[in-house]
Design a binder for this molecule. Structure first.
Ligand code: TMP
Length: 210
């Protein structure tokens, strides 16, 4: 049996991450791998509490560095309590967002220097990086329209279109600079077409690492 892989899903709001996560889980389980499904910020009791603080409106004026450090605090706990133990047990880990989201939102979006994020990434993660990342890409307005139908906007969903454009371009830049890890999915298409792309990507990845 091949070693367990760490797979992440990224994209702007309303890109269809939940559907993608469910499909990935199904396809990986179909190959008889155990899977641990999780998300960021969150994934642990402490992480979910930090998520509430980060996404809620109670601390709307939160500083950018505070936001960045809380993301990494949640991540440190997540790696320690959930991700690393799952990989050691031989389970694949499927995570809805990870550090690429920090580069995209806090780096490209908020304007924090990427080298600062890289420093925290090395500190908190050591050598741990995702093996595969699916980026669901679509025009911002289309995504926000979908996300807006679901629920009241959280602290991030209230950002400007310019902010989300920077986030999207940041993701696309990262994907272009790391083609071996990233697969970009055109998430602007109809749901079944998006699902087809996701299945093609994960099935060929599973074939390659078998
Ligand atoms: P979501 O997982 O429901 O999409 O919401 C999480 C929000 O948190 C989303 O707007 C992106 C944001 N986020 C960051 O800004 N930085 C991060 O490192 C992570 C993991 C999420």
């Amino acid at each position: 049996m091949s070693r367990p892989r760490f797979i992440t899903v990224e994209g702007v709001e309303g890109a269809g991450k939940s559907t993608c996560m469910a499909l990935l889980e199904q396809r990986i389980l179909a190959r008889d791998h155990d899977v641990s499904v999780t998300r960021e910020p969150g994934g642990t009791a402490l992480g979910e509490t930090l998520r509430e603080l980060l996404l809620g409106h109670r601390h709307d004026g939160m500083g950018e560095d505070t936001e960045l450090l809380l993301m990494f605090a949640a991540r440190a706990e997540h790696l320690r309590v959930k991700i690393e133990p799952a990989l050691v047990r031989g389970e694949w880990v499927l995570c809805d967002r990870f550090t690429d989201a920090t580069y995209a939102y806090q780096g490209y979006g908020r304007g924090i220097e990427l080298s600062r994020i890289a420093f925290l990434e090395d500190w908190v993660q050591g050598d741990r990086r995702p093996d595969l990342t699916l980026l669901l890409d679509l025009p911002i307005e289309q995504g926000l329209q979908r996300a807006g139908k679901r629920s009241a906007p959280d602290r991030f969903e209230r950002q400007t279109l310019d902010f989300f454009e920077r986030v999207r371009q940041g993701y696309l830049e990262m994907a272009a600079s790391e083609p071996a890890r990233y697969r970009v999915i055109d998430a602007a298409q109809a749901l079944e077409k998006v699902s087809e792309q996701v299945v093609t990507v994960i099935d060929s990845y599973l074939d390659d690492v078998a």
